[in-house]
Design a protein around this ligand. Structure first.
Ligand code: SF4
Ligand code: MG
Length: 329
């Protein structure tokens, strides 16, 4: 059974005297236990909003539709208390600003210890908790971990805070970890360390990971499956090696055309010609049609559904590309 199952997820923001702005629509996908799935897309594609929906971190004014089940239970229907209980199993790491993730007046080690104690079935005593914190800090490559645990967040460098945050997120070997842009603010060495830590966590604890990024290189190195989002929709979903070498959606293909080398660390998606549609202005048909070199009449009239096109591969396009031809380009 899937660990996380999302069906027809929609997120919109109502406006006064105007149609609401839809930022996510018809998003469906599953994450199996132990799976590492990447979501890629430009900023504004709805990838962070999708993650925030799962974690119930949407702005108050957002209207949510569809179903989000974690271990068979509807997340949108859970009480705050049920959500708190679930936090040890379903955790997030939002890495964009590690400084704001720690309380500035508490020691790093105490904060990590508190995170462990909150969901600690073993009910460790203080000393055992301190040992566990030191082990976790050592695991993320912090030297003199017992000593360092007594530091305050401002006494850590950006890279060290990032690692400490990773230690806190993985402290309880969660069943699902949602990581939004885990490497954006990091130098290449720390990036690599954080990514290998995620890989280790997956291998040793079977933690499933949903990785939200615009870095294709990160997806290529870590994710077995990749979901491509555009204008709030999933437009392609499939095995990473297939999607990256023989994309079937023209948007995925365009994205890859703009990446000089997939295996290059730090490679970012650069903007392709034209602009994504403004979510405040309804657009008929396929959301990519104004930018698509292959658009034909029906593309501007009717929106295609995400349809299966191979083994575990789906594409939202009236004229899916021939994977072999695209790869030969
Ligand atoms: Fe291009 Fe039409 Fe496919 Fe949209 S549906 S990506 S416009 S070919
Ligand atoms: Mg984002």
């Amino acid at each position: 059974a899937p660990l996380l199952s999302i069906r027809e997820l929609g997120v919109s923001f109502p406006r006064k005297e105007a149609p609401s702005t839809t930022v996510v629509e018809g998003v469906s996908f599953d994450i199996m236990p132990g799976e590492i799935v990447g979501i890629v897309g430009e900023s504004g594609s709805g990838k962070s909003m999708t993650a925030r929906s799962v974690l119930r971190l949407l702005p108050k004014s957002a209207e949510l539709s569809g179903s989000i089940r974690f271990r068979g239970r509807e997340i949108p229907e859970m009480t705050d208390e049920e959500i708190r209980d679930m936090r040890g199993a379903l955790v997030s790491m939002v890495f964009q600003d590690p400084m704001t993730s720690f309380n500035p007046v508490l020691r790093i080690g105490d904060q990590i210890g508190e995170a462990i104690a909150l969901h600690d079935r073993a009910r460790r005593g203080r000393r055992a908790l301190r040992d566990r914190v030191a082990k976790l800090l050592a695991l993320v490559g912090i030297a003199d971990p017992a000593e360092r645990a007594r530091s305050y967040p401002h006494e850590f460098s950006g890279g060290m805070r990032q690692r400490a945050l990773t230690a806190m997120a993985v402290a309880n070997s969660p069943a699902l970890l949602i990581a939004d842009e885990p490497t954006t603010a990091l130098d290449v060495t720390v990036q690599d360390q954080v990514l290998s830590l995620l890989r280790e966590l997956n291998e040793n604890s079977g933690t499933a990971i949903l990785l939200i990024t615009h870095n294709i290189a990160v997806v290529a190195s870590l994710c077995r499956r990749v979901i491509v989002m555009y204008a709030g929709r999933v437009i392609e979903d499939g095995p990473t090696d297939e999607v990256l070498t023989a994309p079937r959606h023209p948007y995925t293909w365009s994205l890859l055309q703009s990446v000089p080398r997939i295996d290059q660390a730090g490679t970012r998606l650069t903007a392709i010609k034209g602009q994504p549609p403004d979510p405040a202005t309804p657009l008929a048909g396929c959301k990519f049609h104004p930018r698509c070199p292959w658009a034909e009449q029906r593309c501007g009239e009717q929106e295609p559904a995400l349809s299966p096109i191979g083994e575990a591969h789906g594409v939202r396009c009236w004229l899916p590309m021939n994977g072999i031809a695209a790869a030969a380009q």
